[in-house]
Design a protein around this ligand. Structure first.
Ligand code: ADP
Length: 232
């Protein structure tokens, strides 16, 4: 049974807008759960599962993974991993209208009592490219923490090493210069359709300026969703 007072936070924004880093901060500060479809995809790739092999091709070429694979992964995750948590952050899902439509059904099953906060991160394309090119990710598939080579507050304590688990950092293939432009185009292609879908379903969308220090962006989101209320 779901209890009242639980929160579902949807981060929506282009690659590099800070979804992953902000999610990590909420996980660390409040013990919330992060469902990152990007992390799930990369985990499957590393494990070399059947799904992983299909996903690998899409990710490496900067394309979206098929809607049905994503929905199946999310459903598996929700069935097993969200029991007993106070808040769940969705990072990178839903990303297409098809996924959003399917998600409406999932909401009824898993999140009927959750308050939903839809957070849209605003940032210029120029800044996104700079961020993605300097993003580094932990190579440990169970960690995948994100760091920056450019933003001081997001740098690792030891260059090239993850603060949390001590594994090596690397640059994702899809964060290389060749992939970024295409990835941003794909994101923007879906953005308007998704926003219209949410507006039509009456979902309130909170716009947050993400072109600021990560600490300030975090504080602004915290004010919207009232994070401090959830520590028990
Ligand atoms: P970013 O937000 O920087 O694109 P993610 O880690 O969220 O990074 O996603 C990386 C890749 O994983 C995407 O480019 C895409 O191929 C795949 N992916 C993640 N989430 C989805 C999704 N909801 N639908 C389709 N593909 C996805």
């Amino acid at each position: 049974m779901q209890e009242e007072g639980k929160k579902l936070v949807l981060f929506f924004g282009p690659p590099g807008s800070g979804k992953g880093a902000l999610s990590q901060m909420f996980v660390e500060k409040f013990g919330w759960l992060q469902l990152s479809t990007g992390n799930l995809c990369r985990k499957h790739c590393k494990e070399g599962t059947d799904i992983g092999q299909q996903i690998n091709i899409a990710i490496k070429s900067g394309k979206l993974v098929s809607d049905q694979l994503i929905i199946n992964m999310v459903m598996d995750y929700l069935k097993n991993d969200t029991n007993g948590c106070q808040a769940v952050i969705l990072d990178g899902f839903p990303r297409t209208v098809f996924q959003a439509e399917e998600f409406v059904d999932l909401l009824k099953i898993y999140y009927s009592k959750f308050t939903i906060f839809f957070i849209k991160l605003l940032i210029t394309r120029e800044e996104l490219v700079a961020r993605v090119l300097t993003r580094r990710t932990c190579s440990n598939k169970s960690c995948q923490s994100v760091y920056s080579e450019r933003e001081e507050s997001c740098m690792p304590l030891v260059p090239g090493i993850c603060d949390k688990c001590g594994n090596k950092l690397f640059q994702r293939d899809d964060d290389a210069i060749d992939s970024i432009s295409g990835r941003l185009d794909i994101y923007y292609e879906h953005e308007n359709k998704l926003l219209n879908f949410y507006k039509n379903t009456g979902q309130k969308i909170y716009n947050v300026n993400s072109q600021d220090t990560i600490e300030n962006v975090f504080k602004n989101i915290e004010k919207i969703i009232g994070g401090e209320c959830d520590i028990d």
